[in-house]
Design a protein around this ligand. Structure first.
Ligand code: ATP
Length: 437
């Protein structure tokens, strides 16, 4: 894990939040490579969960919501974890995560009795100091979906079953943020609320379960590292009739990656009562009115990023040297190809390489094609290996015609094997395009 954290910092994937001022627990910042990786992971989620389907719609709701949303959903009264404090060293822990909930895992001091600690961040909206101005940073994106259910029905008139998808930030004042970006106080989620007739929940549950496995495979997560945990009936949240936790074998152990829950009609019923606005669905065929039931695939972006990075991390010996590389699927890799002149002080090589890069960019619009002429070619390859760039394109003296049979060809180097082949720029563009589809 330390090696992965160090690579993330060194290569611009993930930095500790507010590092300049000593950091802020539970926050991390995505750097230039991390932003691209995260966007690609989100894009792949959109492809699997929202786009290209007739039954899915998107929203992008405000993070700050009327606090009544969180009163109705039960978060104000119940979104709490059991907090214990060590009477000797003063450290704080989540009682349900301790092997021995009576002794401090750090100093063996006595722990206090557990006290419920609400994890929502509260802040004030407007200049008023009284309680009426208290608002919460949303603890899950789902609230913004349920609150817009009626708007979507009124605007689009979708037929059941249909779903609403959203990607966005959520905030949880975790008692013990830890394990890099696994347990954060500021996180991102990709959530779907899928509305069904009450009798149709099982089929929808299975459909999303398969979609989640297909997404895991597309992310390159090894099948043997993803496990389903059927949450026991006596451990289900009060609103859920069935929940499966998708767990992943992280370097620090098997932990929850994503969740899939059958939430019954709990949320819409609670918001109907809370708001006083009818949220029933009118089935035009049967003229029946009812509150739809909900299946919720809920995926944490950051936990997905960490699972992808941990699965992709490799070390091997190549050309007599130890190297570190990321076996990211080309679709996820932040940079798809790096173009490079063999020597940076030979103007003919540089000009030809610039030409090749322009041709690749024209052939593959919108694709991240990087340029690197720093240090020797081996070092450049190592740098690209460490960020998971699947292809490197090098322009050498043969390109210029030193060996006439290779004139105007480039070398295309493959990340995982280090193998190189000689191709025209157009052929190289086709290889890259094929890897991205
Ligand atoms: P845990 O039991 O690990 O605290 P949870 O069951 O409370 O998680 P959910 O409320 O089901 O999590 O949230 C849905 C998803 O959001 C999780 O499966 C996870 O991917 C992500 N998630 C939840 N809490 C965090 C967090 N503190 N940091 C990063 N991701 C999180």
């Amino acid at each position: 894990m330390e090696k992965l954290v160090s690579l993330c910092k060194r290569r611009g994937f993930i930095f500790p939040g507010s590092e300049l001022y000593g950091g802020l627990a539970g926050t991390y910042d995505y750097g230039p490579m991390g932003v691209l990786l995260k966007e690609n992971i989100e894009q792949l989620w959109l492809e699997h969960f929202r786009n290209g389907r007739d039954d899915m719609y998107g929203v992008d709701a405000a993070i700050l919501m009327n606090p009544k949303v969180w009163e109705a959903s039960g978060h104000v009264s119940g979104f709490a974890d059991p907090l214990v404090i060590c009477e000797t060293c003063g450290r704080r822990f989540r009682a349900d995560q301790l092997e021995d909930p009576t002794a401090c895992p750090e100093c063996r001091g006595k722990l206090s009795e557990p006290k419920l600690f609400n994890m929502m961040f509260a802040t004030k909206a407007g200049a008023s100091e009284d309680d009426s101005a208290t608002v919460y940073l949303r603890p899950e994106t789902a609230g913004g979906i349920f609150a817009n259910y009626k708007n979507v029905v009124d605007a689009i008139h979708p037929k059941l079953p249909f779903g609403i998808a959203q990607i966005g930030k959520a905030f949880r004042n975790e008692i013990a943020p830890r394990d890099f970006i696994f347990r954060l106080r500021e996180l991102s989620q990709m959530e779907v609320e899928y509305f069904v007739k009450p009798s149709a929940w099982e089929a929808a549950f299975e459909m999303w379960r398969e979609t989640m496995h297909a997404y895991a495979a597309a992310l390159g997560l090894p099948q043997e590292s993803v496990h389903e945990l059927e949450v026991r009936a006596d451990e289900l949240a009060h609103y859920s009739k069935r929940t499966i936790d998708f767990e992943f074998d992280y370097p620090f152990g098997r932990r929850e990656l994503w969740g899939l829950a059958y939430r019954t009609d709990f949320d819409l019923s609670a918001h109907q009562t809370g708001s006083g606005v009818a949220l029933e669905y009118l089935d035009e065929e049967t003229n029946e009115k009812f509150i739809p039931h909900v299946i919720e695939p809920s995926l944490g972006v950051d936990r997905t990023v960490l699972a992808v990075l941990a699965s992709a991390y490799r070390e091997d010996e190549l050309g007599g040297e130890t190297r570190t590389y990321l076996v990211l699927s080309p679709k996820l890799a932040p940079v798809k190809a790096m173009v490079s002149p063999l020597l940076k002080n030979k103007s003919e090589l540089v000009a030809k390489a610039r030409e090749a890069r322009a041709a690749l960019r024209a052939a593959l619009p919108g694709t991240q094609i990087a340029w690197d002429d720093n240090g020797n070619i081996g070092k450049r390859y190592r740098r690209q290996d460490e960020i998971g760039t699947p292809f490197c394109v090098t322009i050498d003296f043969d390109t210029l015609g030193e060996k006439p049979e290779f004139k105007d060809t480039v070398t295309l180097r493959h990340r995982d094997t280090g193998e190189q082949e000689r191709l025209t720029v157009a052929e190289a563009a086709e290889r890259i395009r094929a890897a991205l589809t």
